[in-house]
Design a protein around this ligand. Structure first.
Ligand SMILES: [Zn+2]
Ligand SMILES: [Zn+2]
Length: 175
């Protein structure tokens, strides 16, 4: 959803508050897409502080489904969005984006709230998502979820010294 900033830009010192529904239904990180499970309306506050400078605050809570990095079970990851931007509307869109990529959510005097929230989620995106700290993952031999069953496969790691030797042999072969 977009908020039209034209009116507030005509009134220095004005402050507006909005509660807008979030339309976002998936978070896209590069090639992957993660479904949004739950979302709260976005509370947005816009203040025209002075001379075409806007202060924009936005807050929302979004729950995204992300597969566990080890066992692929769905994990509900909560994102608590809270951001505070300053946009100098005297600058061009490109100049603003050079200042901060976050400001790419403003174009043609409109604030794209979904875009803003999406970017904030990407900024907070965790490096690794696990269903639990000690997730045992998937058995590399039979594919069983080892949190649920103990399949009994022999997945002992080979002796590192032996691994080093076989590495040398395989390098030798490549030559
Ligand atoms: Zn897991
Ligand atoms: Zn197994």
């Amino acid at each position: 959803m977009q908020i039209d900033l034209t009116d507030i830009l005509n009134h220095e010192g004005r402050k507006e508050e909005y509660s807008v529904p979030l339309e976002l239904d998936a978070v896209k990180t590069g090639r992957e897409s993660f479904p949004v499970l739950e979302k709260a309306p976005v509370n947005v506050e816009v203040i025209h502080t002075e001379d075409q400078v806007l202060e924009i605050k936005a807050a929302s809570d979004v729950m995204v489904a992300v597969p566990c990095a080890r066992c692929l079970e769905t994990v509900k990851v909560p994102f608590h969005i809270q951001c505070d931007l300053k946009a100098d509307m005297k600058l061009s869109e490109r100049e603003r984006e050079e200042e901060s990529e976050e400001l790419s959510c403003i174009a043609d005097k409109k604030l794209d709230v979904d875009w803003l929230v999406h970017n904030e989620i990407l900024t907070d995106w965790p490096i690794q998502v696990l269903c639990r700290e000690d997730c045992k993952g998937i058995c590399p031999k039979c594919g069983a979820n080892r949190n649920q069953t103990s399949c009994g496969c022999d997945t002992a790691v080979p002796d590192p010294r032996m691994a080093a030797i076989s590495d040398i042999f395989s390098k030798f072969k490549e030559v």
